[in-house]
Structures are given as C-alpha cells and as structure tokens.
Design a protein around this ligand. Structure first.
Ligand SMILES: NC(=O)c1ccc[n+]([C@@H]2O[C@H](COP(=O)([O-])OP(=O)(O)OC[C@H]3O[C@@H](n4cnc5c(N)ncnc54)[C@H](OP(=O)(O)O)[C@@H]3O)[C@@H](O)[C@H]2O)c1
Length: 404
C-alpha cells in the first residue's frame, strides 16, 4: 500500500495518487498525465485530432510547473533526466549546465530529443547558471555530477546550494543524511517505497544509488526476518560507470564477457545498503557485495541471500512481498518461479522483484531488476520531485519497459 502523502501541496482538486492516465488539476482536459493528449477518437472531437496528436508544450503545463536546472546535463543521468522532464506535465526545463558543452545548442547535448517539439533551454556553465538563478529563471536544481563534485560546487557557489526552493542530488554526497550538509541543509534519503512520508516536506533530497535501490527493493519486505549478513550480487550495465571514457568500460574490454570488480565490502555502495537495511530492520545488517560489469548499456540484475531468523516458506515470503508492495506503482512482484530480467524494465521506472526461500525456509533468495538510469537514477529523481511538489507520484514516469 502507498501510505497517504503527508503535507503535500497538491493542486486543488488533484487526487493524492491519481492513476497514470489521469490529467492533473491545472492542465487542460485534453492533456493526459504522460504529457501527451489522448489518442484521436478517445476524447476530443475530430476537428481537434491534429491538436490531440501534438505533445504537450511548456504552455500546456500546469501553472505551478517547477522550473528545473540540470547540473551535469551532458552525462548519462543528466540526459535521462532531461528526457523525462520534457515529457512531464509539471516539469519545465529552464537550464542545462555543462562545463564542456556550455554555449552549444541543447539539441547537440541531447541527441535523442527532437527540438521541434519543445523549446529547449540554454546550455550554461556553472557561473552563468548562478546568474540565471539570481534572475529567478529556475526554482529547482537537479544535480547529476560525479560523487564529490556537487559538495565542492556547493561550497564554491553557496548561492547555487541555498537559492533553489528544491534540490535533488543524484550523487552519494549527501546520502548519509544524518548530519546537515553544506550550508546547513539536511538531505532526506529519497527512496519512496521505504521512506515515502519523509519526502513531501523535504526541500533537499539525496537520490539513492542504483545498486542500493535494487538491493533495498529486493529485501525491504523481508528486512525484519533477516538474521545475519546479507550477500548481494549484481550485474550492471556499463552506463552505471558514467560517460567519461575509461579503458575498463571500452567496447573491446567488455564485449563478450562479464567481470567482477571491487567485490567484498570495498564498493562505495556497501555502507549505503547497510544504512538502509539497518533502518528497515531496526538493527545493524552487514552486507557483502559482488558487483559485476556486464556487456549491456543499461540495467541492473541483482540477487540477495540472507539467513532468516525463523523458517519462512516460499509461499509465505511471496505473500509478504505481495502485501508490502500492493499499490506500489513502480514495484512488481513476479509470479512464483519467474525471475526478473533487465530487458523487461529497460527505460521504465519499474523494479521487478521475486523471492523464494531455501534450505527448509532458513535462507532467503530475493532478486530485483531495474534500469540504472531510470528507477536507479533520473526516474527516481522525478518520483521524488513529484512527492516534493505534492503531485501524483507516477506523473510523467514510464511504467512499461522496452525489451527490444
Ligand atoms: N549512471 C548511473 O547509472 C547512475 C545511477 C545512479 C546514480 N548516479 C549518479 O549520478 C551522478 C551522475 O552520473 P552519470 O553516470 O550521469 O555521470 P557522467 O555520465 O560521468 O556525467 C557527469 C557529468 O557531470 C559533469 N562534471 C564532471 N565533473 C564535474 C565537476 N567537477 N564539476 C561540475 N561538473 C562536472 C560532466 O559534464 P561537463 O564536463 O560537461 O561539465 C559530466 O557530463 C553520479 O554521482 C552518479 O554516481 C548515476
């Protein structure tokens, strides 16, 4: 079940959690929640058919649209965020920031975007972005910078950290969330399925990592049964390593094989997984992690095993997962005997999970698949923004994957 959204500033008349196809308050009736008008014949008269095929433009959007600047817009996560924002009924791209690409047309930065559909924002360097903030051009900052870079930029340019009404940071800089971050800001850990009620009141959100999101969703319903160390093993697509060229992620090094890296407790995501599991279980849960690079562009396929405090049958485990995730728009519990695959969730904000138990019910085996760039990064950032803005959580987010 999705708990009710506390303190949400939902536009008058908008449902607390509308279905994916419902139009939000403030939008013309012909504009659906995916930002596209309904198909001809389903709603508007024939005379309006041409108009109905036109995707939503900024002028169609909700009057309370959030105006977004994207830091690191030339990277994989930044580009995916921009793609999702352009199709979102309430998010308006106001600026893209890149040090290397500043001044170039945005359509060169975003090769998948058709510039005829929406007016694209300028591509600015961080200094010009700060000036645009001072001029009131945007109210929401989405940081898609490598780890450490946002913390450093926030210290160098405090106006960028303090000025926006909302900041969502996709790096790990503020995911520990306990100590108020630079400028006195407290970042809330934005994993809606686990900590949804904390997000609507937040103005600063630390978006979880891709592996930790998959691990948390694979284990969340079982957290209280876990009696010892959790072993997590995961395949990742290469976009998870970012866009900067590296020998390890070049085609020749990857093609035709898969490779373990930083196995054990070395990977930076281990403490994040342990923090989340400790919050869910109410006690420390040690994690061992075996991440693997797979020759695919995107996707995470994760399995987790753990000893259980009491015997749990496979049916009981699956029923608990079904009950915990009932009504969750972006988590699907697969049928018994069916296991997640990356292609089914590719380009979607969905995480598929499956669970069983072994050894007389004393060992948990859970699995999850998600798209590292969507539910593992940009899609989850949109989900968090929807909650922060009091909008339906599913707004503008794809539930269906593109397997081929
Ligand atoms: N990729 C994923 O699957 C994924 C999943 C979850 C979370 N994340 C997190 O999201 C963030 C972005 O990841 P990504 O994969 O999109 O990385 P990326 O492809 O390497 O892109 C990062 C962008 O940030 C800019 N940048 C680099 N260093 C900078 C600095 N010191 N100051 C300002 N800008 C800088 C670069 O653009 P310019 O050089 O043009 O400025 C670059 O295009 C990372 O923290 C990552 O851990 C990524």
């Amino acid at each position: 079940m999705i708990p009710p959204v506390a303190g949400a500033g939902i536009a008058a008349g908008a449902p607390a959690s509308a279905g994916a196809g419902s139009a939000p308050a403030g939008l013309p009736a012909t504009v659906a929640a995916d930002g596209l008008a309904p198909a001809a014949g389903l709603g508007p008269p024939a005379a309006a058919a041409a108009e109905s095929r036109r995707p939503a433009r900024a002028s169609d959007r909700a009057p309370q649209a959030a105006r977004i600047a994207v830091l690191g817009a030339s990277g994989y996560a930044g580009q995916e965020f921009a793609r999702l924002a352009l199709a979102h009924p309430g998010l308006q791209l106001a600026a893209l920031c890149s040090r290397e690409q500043a001044g170039r047309p945005a359509c060169e930065l975003l090769p998948g975007v058709d510039p005829r559909v929406d007016p694209l924002p300028p591509v600015l360097d961080p200094e010009a972005l700060e000036e645009r903030l001072a001029a009131g051009a945007f109210d929401t900052l989405v940081c898609c910078l490598p780890h450490g870079a946002w913390k450093q930029l926030a210290a160098e340019r405090p106006a960028l950290a303090d000025g926006p009404a909302r900041v969502v940071d996709l790096s790990s800089d503020f995911r520990d969330g306990r100590v108020p971050a630079a400028g006195g800001w407290d970042y809330v850990y934005g994993l809606p399925e686990a900590f949804r009620l904390e997000i609507p009141a937040a103005t600063r959100v630390a978006n979880p990592g891709c592996y930790p999101t998959a691990a948390a969703l694979a284990l969340l319903p079982a957290a209280e049964w876990i009696a010892g160390p959790v072993m997590v093993s995961a395949l990742s697509g290469v976009s998870g390593a970012g866009r900067a060229p590296q020998l390890r992620t070049s085609f020749v090094e990857l093609d035709g094989g898969a490779a373990l890296y930083r196995a054990g407790t070395e990977h930076a995501h281990v403490p994040e997984m342990e923090r989340t599991l400790a919050r869910l279980a109410g006690r420390p849960v040690p994690v061992g992690f075996a991440p693997q690079l797979a020759p695919m562009a995107r996707g995470i396929l994760l399995t987790a095993t753990a000893p259980l405090a009491r015997p749990v049958s496979p049916g009981e485990a699956r029923d608990a997962y079904l009950a915990r995730y009932e009504g969750e728009p972006f988590v699907r519990v697969l049928a018994a005997g069916t296991w997640p695959e990356t292609r089914a969730v590719r380009s979607s904000n969905r995480c598929d999970v499956a669970v069983t138990t072994l050894h007389g019910g004393t060992t948990l085996l859970a699995a999850a698949a998600l798209d590292n760039l969507v539910k593992g990064a940009a899609g989850q950032a949109v989900q968090n923004l929807n909650l922060m803005l009091g909008w339906p959580e599913e707004w503008g987010l794809p539930t269906h994957g593109t397997p081929w």
